[in-house]
Write a protein that binds this ligand. Structure first.
Ligand code: ATP
Length: 270
């Protein structure tokens, strides 16, 4: 149903402090989304338009959804999430209809943050194939563009979207007045990984001699989501062992387990 396609939360339970390693991106999102919601008069007085849409792009599991939830929460705005894949519908006109509903709902619930995850599902570059499915996706995208073009008088609604496949996007959605503020959310570096690991172990009983920084240095290529799984796995090793403290060796065991799991996955794929 239409209601199920959208996730509406009055105050998502994510704060900026829960997000590690992307402080610059947090600052940019606050400027583009939170400031205009908090103080629209300031923008009017200066005579600048805040960005119409903010596009977060980067690899999976790096905190894009968290960022969108946190900025909605910290701006006291309703968070309305729609997955791009949900907009790809079987019946003619259904996707476009959902887009209309999305913007209507946001206007009713303002201040609101609309978040379209996996926007590439509806906004990929045109391909050569001329199947009717493609035409329908195209129509959904056109509806999205037209909603964004009519955005000026929408009051306190901000639009965000995310993608792991920036290179696939149709340039039409990046034009001024549409998704005109691009924010890259990269994989975390060693310092970022340490911060993320600290965040995900702050409620865990970690042995005092554990060097979280050393664990983090070993996690090259891990996303925030991978680090969250690692912390949980490490805790599980302590539980299985009947201990109440999580040790450095548990993090190492967890890392090996996740690596093995990944290798098995690759074998399955290949
Ligand atoms: P996708 O592109 O796959 O949707 P995403 O970038 O939106 O991923 P999130 O959904 O925000 O990623 O992150 C998934 C989970 O990974 C979070 O709930 C959190 O536990 C953890 N995580 C990811 N990035 C971070 C981060 N920067 N700081 C802390 N935790 C993180």
């Amino acid at each position: 149903s239409r209601a199920q396609a959208m996730e509406v939360t009055e105050s998502p339970d994510v704060e900026y402090a829960d997000i590690g390693g992307i402080d610059d991106q947090i600052r940019e999102v606050r400027e583009a989304v939170e400031d205009p919601l908090d103080d629209p008069e300031q923008f009017e007085a200066v005579g600048v338009e805040p960005p119409s849409g903010v596009l977060l792009h980067g690899p999976p599991g790096t905190g894009k959804t968290m960022l969108a939830k946190a900025v909605a929460n910290e701006s006291d705005a309703t968070f309305i999430k729609m997955a791009g894949s949900e907009l790809v519908r079987k019946f003619i006109g259904e996707g476009a209809r959902l887009v209309r509903d999305l913007f209507e709902l946001a206007a009713e619930r303002e201040p609101a943050v609309i978040f379209i995850d996996e926007i590439d599902a509806v906004a990929a570059k045109r391909t050569d194939s001329k199947t009717s499915g493609d035409a329908e996706v195209q129509r959904t995208m056109m509806q999205l563009l037209s909603e964004m073009d009519g955005f000026d008088d929408r009051g306190e609604v901000r639009i965000m979207a995310a993608t792991n496949r920036f290179d696939m996007l149709d340039e039409a959605i990046l034009r001024p007045g549409r998704f005109d503020r691009l924010i890259e959310v990269p994989e975390p570096n060693a310092e970022g990984r340490e911060r993320i690991l600290e965040i995900h172990t702050q409620d865990m009983n970690v042995a005092a001699d554990t060097d979280v920084g050393e664990v983090a240095r070993e996690l090259d290529g891990y996303s925030g989501a991978d680090i969250a799984s690692l912390a949980t796995e490490a805790g599980m090793f302590a539980v299985r062992d009947g201990r109440t403290e999580v040790r450095q060796s548990d993090f190492e065991a967890a890392r090996e387990k996740l690596q093995d799991a990944e290798q098995t996955e690759e074998q399955v794929i290949n």
